[in-house]
Ligand binder design. Structure first.
Ligand SMILES: [Fe+2]
Ligand SMILES: [Fe+2]
Length: 214
């Protein structure tokens, strides 16, 4: 009994630590250097700089959601056969989070003030999906990654041609997210029906629209 209570407390402390690190944008270290490293900054007009910062803020919030989703899932999902793969994906999401944040700083901008809200929502959804079962949990990851890939492709089209730094970051993220989605499906994730994906698209639009501005 004592052992169980301690391990629950340990888990809660670990969760609280992860939340604070993510929403306060401190304490995460990337495992891979940013793809933008060593590339010179482009000369952007003020309008372009603001637009790129808005896009990178959206991508950063997406990565906050990814952290929360994996944390929520880790709390409830069994994932007996794919835990290691999921951990690798979660580690790569930390890279994305750090790269986006670095780029926002370089653009003289900031992360979204709404991040704690999106963290909470994603954490809850990840935990609920994990509690239902691995098929739903992995399906949720796959459907989420599909949405993320769509907006990354859209952002790549919107970036000014000369902003090589942001472009390289988003290209690497797109490659990683595609793989995360494929792995989740091949690990037994359900391919969610169209109407469920439509709801997820609508929620992700709310996120992208708000994080772009604030
Ligand atoms: Fe990511
Ligand atoms: Fe991902």
């Amino acid at each position: 009994m004592r052992q169980r209570r301690q391990s629950l407390l340990d888990r809660l402390i670990t969760e609280a630590d992860a939340v604070l690190r993510t929403v306060t944008s401190r304490g995460h270290a990337a495992g891979r250097p940013s793809p933008a490293e060593g590339h010179g900054d482009a000369e952007l007009s003020e309008r372009e700089r603001r637009h790129v910062a808005g896009l990178m803020r959206v991508n950063h919030t997406g990565e906050v959601c990814a952290q929360a989703l994996y944390q929520g899932q880790a709390l409830t999902a069994r994932l007996t056969t794919v835990r290691e793969e999921m951990q690798q994906a979660a580690d790569e999401e930390v890279d994305h989070l750090v790269w986006c944040e670095e780029r926002l700083r370089e653009l003289d901008s900031r992360t979204s003030v709404l991040n704690p809200l999106w963290y909470g929502l994603s954490f809850g959804l990840g935990a609920v999906a994990g509690a239902i079962g691995d098929e739903v949990s992995l399906g949720f990851v796959a459907a989420t990654e599909e949405r993320v890939c769509n907006h990354l492709r859209d952002h790549l089209k919107q970036l000014p041609e000369e902003d090589r730094k942001s472009r390289l970051i988003l290209q690497q993220m797109l490659e990683d997210e595609q793989r995360h989605g494929e792995n989740a499906l091949s690990a037994g994730g359900a391919d969610f029906p169209g109407p469920v994906k439509d709801v997820m698209t609508a929620v992700s639009k709310l996120m992208t629209g708000s994080s772009y501005r604030v």
